[in-house]
Design a protein around this ligand. Structure first.
Ligand SMILES: [Zn+2]
Length: 158
């Protein structure tokens, strides 16, 4: 585990001036809660997935195909939009890109004798799933995400 201060990337709010104008994010403090607090807040499945890195059984979460946004079940951060969601046939929700680049972080995961790229919520370090390079255009990426880590908010129709 890292002993660095608990910092995360956040998109630069409009109107804020930074020294490096090529940068699209700045650092802010991460959300930290105790194991007990996460356990109280989350369902058993959501806790095991997001805080313990478990993978939910296939087809445990089928989300509606309607327009909307997908938020972190732990901290509420916007992670994915329905416009980048696609049917991968894997049994887990799949997206070809996150809602914005600062919303998720990635790290190498060597578990189960595989080398995969793990995807985490940048704001609270929740385990979300993995990203693979066999997705559709325009990115060619497949974010294979546990439904238990997501909270779907339907778009409000006027
Ligand atoms: Zn989060």
């Amino acid at each position: 585990m890292s002993h660095l201060p608990c910092l995360r990337r956040v998109a630069i709010p409009p109107g804020l001036v930074t020294a490096d104008e090529n940068r699209s994010w700045i650092l802010a403090e991460k959300i930290k809660k105790s194991d007990t607090q996460w356990r109280e807040q989350l369902s058993e499945m959501a806790y095991r997935v997001t805080r313990k890195g478990a993978t939910e059984p296939r087809f445990s979460h089928i989300f509606p195909d309607s327009p909307g946004s997908f938020h972190c079940v732990c901290c509420g951060e916007l992670l994915f939009n329905s416009k980048s969601k696609f049917e991968s046939g894997s049994g887990w929700p799949a997206f070809y890109e996150p809602a914005n680049r600062a919303a998720v972080s990635e790290r190498v995961d060597f578990s189960f004798f595989m080398r995969r790229i793990e995807v985490l919520c940048e704001k609270c370090d929740a385990h979300l799933g993995h990203v693979f390079k066999d997705g559709p255009q325009p990115t060619g990426l497949r974010y294979c995400i546990n439904g238990a880590a997501l909270k779907f908010t339907p778009e409000e129709s006027d």
